[in-house]
Design a protein around this ligand. Structure first.
Ligand code: NAD
Ligand code: A1AUG
Length: 537
């Protein structure tokens, strides 16, 4: 690790050691990709012995099992039961919230240096076990090997980055300039109390850990409710950290959104919420939580992310970038590219190349070495795909995909084909609404200004990309595009793949409420409130 100099938020020069975990990138740099795959294969074999076990909730520092359970099955093979989790009741959830409140001061008063040390220890544990954890995640939510490892890398990055943020800002406590000679004044950022954390299925490790770490490392206590489609990865985090904390500083409650999630959102004890998921659930939660008193509500929501491909673009790069952004993890990323605006002069060539590259993608069991595309998360997502494909057949032209995957090896999973649609009316529902599927709509444009206004013609504003070799166009894109995370000429992915510390992940417009990015320098501030302290001589 190399030391770098950075400025803290208080202007103090500090040495930093944070580096992204970048597991696959490091194996590739060392020409040892075969070793990466060998380690992943070994983990795939090793972890299967634990499939089917009963997992507990963790409340008040105790593991609590239940007879009332739900099953977690792999979306790639619905015959595989990965685990069974308690179906928590309203009373279980209220109990978790109350114990989290009771333990608040035990944790809030722990020195920030100790909190930093604990998070670094857990990050190291995760780093040592990342192949097993990534293999579990691949079975659990259907990410391919590299995407699953990326999820684990991001989890580790969040823990280390936030630990470093707390450290370089010295626990967010500083002396202020005294107004009079007999006053000694100080500004201290303090935690609020109990936070409810509600996480989605698609980054079951990174997003659950990122939000929970933000709340916990700043001294709040938490009740974490993971997605019922993918609770194992979040459990692995809670299992690694809870015995290092005062009992009930972290509580893990599994079950339905309509019971556990709703109870958290309706509780008056909860002092703040960090939610990531759909706009529908996020906005209804926001109304509930802020209806009768002000409380912080960090909500990261959906996207309908555009890429603009200008006449001057490098088509090879543009097709790589769009294809990866649209079909990586089957389009189930809030950052996925789902709309492409391509200049009409290059549209035929761009589409031929994009369709050929998409057809060449290998669909299969995500934990297998050569699979690029795995399944979608559940039967509802398959149904949504079929509905969207039927509408596209009627109102536009399907250039590839549009069906379920016919291979016998995919018959037990939720496999749908990566789909590209052209010729839809520009304000069509498939162009407006988030599908969260491997489903890309392509539209043509005449001039660059028109492309930017089409790209901005969405209620969402999460990510956006441009491909152009004209500097004026690129600068115009950055000036005018209404999105929080923006990229130019990124062949690695037009709109996805933000790295902690480098690309704070933030949604504008209907994509987010707080305007501060996860993995950025302002993220932790959202979990803290300022107290000014004056001590008179
Ligand atoms: N902006 C971001 O950073 C970001 C990141 C990842 C995912 N997302 C978004 O998340 C969505 C996909 O994830 P999902 O399908 O898990 O989202 P979702 O909104 O269906 O569920 C998210 C969480 O909310 C819970 N929930 C559901 N109904 C609830 C209710 N009535 N009350 C309280 N909680 C409830 C779920 O159980 C889950 O834990 C997409 O819209 C995607 O764009 C956004
Ligand atoms: N931060 C991830 C997306 C998270 C949402 O799904 C990315 O940048 O692709």
């Amino acid at each position: 690790m190399t030391l770098k100099q950075v400025k803290s938020q208080f202007g103090i020069l500090i040495m930093t050691m944070f580096e992204n975990e970048k597991t696959y990138g490091r194996f590739a740099e060392n020409n040892s990709i075969d070793e990466f795959h060998k380690k992943f294969d070994d983990s795939v074999t090793r972890i299967q012995k634990d499939f089917g076990q009963n997992y507990p909730m963790i409340i008040g520092g105790k593991e609590i099992f239940s007879n009332d359970i739900f099953e977690v099955r792999s979306p790639a093979d619905r015959n595989l039961i990965l685990g069974r989790f308690p179906l928590a009741t309203k009373e279980d959830t209220l109990h978790a919230i109350e114990t989290a409140r009771d333990s608040f001061f035990k944790w809030a008063l722990v020195p920030y240096e100790t909190r930093v040390r604990i998070f670094r220890e857990v990050a190291d544990i995760f780093s040592q076990n990342k192949f097993d954890l990534a293999a579990i995640l691949s079975f659990e939510n259907g990410k391919n090997r590299l995407e699953a490892m990326g999820d684990l890398d991001e989890s580790i990055d969040f823990m280390r980055f936030y630990a470093e943020q707390l450290e370089i800002n010295q626990g967010f406590s500083k002396q202020t300039k005294s107004a009079t000679s007999n006053e000694n004044t100080k500004s201290v950022l303090k935690p609020y109390g109990v936070w409810g954390i509600i996480s989605p299925f698609n980054f079951p490790s990174a997003i659950a850990i990122g939000m929970t770490s933000g709340a916990l490392i700043t001294g709040n206590t938490v009740v974490l409710k993971p997605s019922s489609d993918a609770p194992i990865s979040a459990f692995k985090f809670v299992e690694s950290i809870y015995h290092k904390l005062p009992p009930a500083a972290i509580n893990f409650v599994t079950g339905s959104g309509s019971i556990v999630g709703k109870t958290i959102l309706s509780s008056d004890i909860i002092e703040g919420i960090a939610f990531t998921g759909s706009k529908q659930v996020g906005m209804s939660g926001y109304s509930t939580v802020t209806s009768h008193r002000p409380r912080p509500f960090i909500s990261e929501m959906g996207g309908k992310n555009p890429a603009i491909v200008s006449a001057s673009s490098d088509i090879e790069k543009a097709t790589d970038g769009v294809m990866r952004a649209a079909f990586g993890y089957s389009g189930q990323k809030c950052s996925a590219c789902s709309r492409v605006y391509v200049h009409k002069s290059i549209a035929p060539k761009f589409l031929d190349m994009l369709v050929a590259k998409t057809r060449a993608l290998k669909v299969g069991k995500p934990w297998e070495k050569d699979s690029y595309i795995g399944p979608v998360i559940n039967a509802d997502a398959v149904q949504k795909f079929q509905n969207a494909s039927n509408i596209a057949k009627k109102d536009g032209k399907i250039l590839c995909g549009g069906d379920l995957v016919p291979d016998a090896s995919c018959k037990d999973g939720n496999f749908v084909m990566p789909t590209i649609v052209a010729g839809l009316p520009k304000d069509h529902e498939l162009i407006r609404e988030e599908l969260f599927l491997p489903f890309l709509c392509v539209e043509e444009f005449d001039n660059f200004d028109e492309a930017i206004s089409l790209a901005n013609k969405s209620n969402y504003g999460l990510t956006a990309g441009v491909f152009s070799q004209d500097r004026t166009e690129i600068e115009k894109f950055f000036e005018k595009i209404e999105a929080g995370v923006t990229y130019a000429n990124r062949a690695a992915s037009a709109t996805t793949g933000a790295m902690v510390g480098a690309q704070p992940f933030v949604g504008w417009k209907d994509s987010g409420i707080s305007g501060k990015g996860a993995g950025g320098a302002y993220y932790l501030l959202q979990f803290l409130r300022e107290q000014t302290q004056t001590r008179c001589e």
